[in-house]
Design a binder for this molecule. Sequence first.
Ligand code: TRH
Length: 380
Amino acid sequence: MAKWDIFCSVVDNYGDIGVTWRLARQLAAEHGHAVRLWVDELAAFARLCPEASTTAARQQLAGVELCHWSAPWPVVEPAEVVIEAFACHLPPTYIEAMAASGARRLWLNLEYLSAEDWVAGCHGLPSPQPGGLQKFFFFPGFVAGTGGLLREGDLLARRRAFQADAAAQQVFLQRLGVTRQAGARLISLFAYENPGLADWLQALADERQASQLLVPQGKILGDLQAWLGEDGLVPGDRRQRGSLQIQVLPFMAQDDYDRLLWCCDLNAVRGEDSFVRAQWAGRPLLWHIYQQEEGAHWDKLEAFLALYGAELSPAAAAALGELCRAWNAGKGMGEAWDRLLPVWPELAAHAERWCVEQAARPDLATALEQFYRNWLSYAA
Ligand code: TRH
C-alpha cells in the first residue's frame, strides 16, 4: 500500500474529473492504495458524484480522500506517487516539498487518450525536472506499448449481467422516468453543440423503425430545441416527431450514466471518458471528438477509425467512418445514417468483439501499478 496523490484541474467539461475519479476509486479499491484526489472545482465533481459536498476541504468517498485543491495551497506531505492529470500544473510549493523531502517520488503526467501511432513511442518516457525530480509521461491507449484504458476488474461482468437482466434495466430506466417502447431502438445522446443534429433527427423521424432518443442535459440541448422549434426543455420532457421519440434526462451520477449506456442500442458519446465507456458497453457508438486547435482532432478521429474498423468489412468501416466524419463536421448526417443502416448488424456484433479484444489488454490502473512496481525495483 502506498500513498498516491492525483491532481485534477477542471478545464471545462467533465472528462478530466470523470477519468481521475474513476482512476482514484480503482487504485484504492483494487490495488489497496491510499489515494487523495485533489480537485479544484468541487461543483463539477458533484455533478458526477451527487453525494459529494461542494464545500468540504476534505471528504471520504468510495475509499478515496477527495480534497479541495484550493489557493493558497495547504502544507501537505507529498505522496509517494504523484499523478498530474492532463498536464495540469502542480502547486509550486508541492513540487518544492517533493524535491526537499529527500525521498524518491514517482511523478507521472497522465495524458489524453489517442489511437495515433506516435503514442506508444512516447508512453513511459522520462521528463527530467529541476531539483533532481523526474517526471514520466503516461499515455492511455488501445494498443500494446501504451498504458491501456480505464476498466474496473468487474466491469464487463457487471455490464453483461445487467444487459442480460431485462427487469433490472426496466427498473433503472423507470427511475430515470423512461418507459422503453417495444421494438424501438434506444439511443443515448451526449455531445457538444452540433449543427449536424437536425439532419440526423430528421432521418430518425422519417424512418419506419421507431427510435427513442435519451438526452441527458448538456450542450446539445440548444440544437435539439432548435430542431423541435421550442425553448426551455427540462428533464422529463418528452416529444414525438414521426418515428422518433425524444426525452430529456437529468445529468446523472457517473455510475448511472454507465448503466444508461449499457441499456442503449447506440450511444452518441463525446470527449474521452464517455467514449471509452461506450466501448465497454459493447454497443455501436458515435463519437463527437473534443475539438482541438488547428484541427488536430481529425487525425485522432481517423486514427481511431482505422483501428476500430480494421476488422470490419470495407462497407461497414466506410459507413461508420462516414457517419463519424459527418457528425464531427456537423453536416451530412441524414445521408450517412441511411448508408449505415444496412451494415447495422455487423456493427453491433463488432462492438462486442472490439470490447472483448480491448479487455484482453491490461487496464490503465493495472498498467500504472506495474509502472510503479518497476520503478520501485529500479530504485532498489
Ligand atoms: O465532458 P467531456 O466533453 O470531457 C472532455 C474530454 O475529456 C476532453 O478530452 C477534454 O479535453 C475536455 O473534456 C476538457 O466528455 P467526457 O470525457 O466523456 O466526460 C464526461 C464525463 O461525464 C464522463 O465521466 C461521464 C460523465 N457523465 C455523467 O456522469 N453523467 C451524465 O449524465 C453524463 C451525460 C456524463
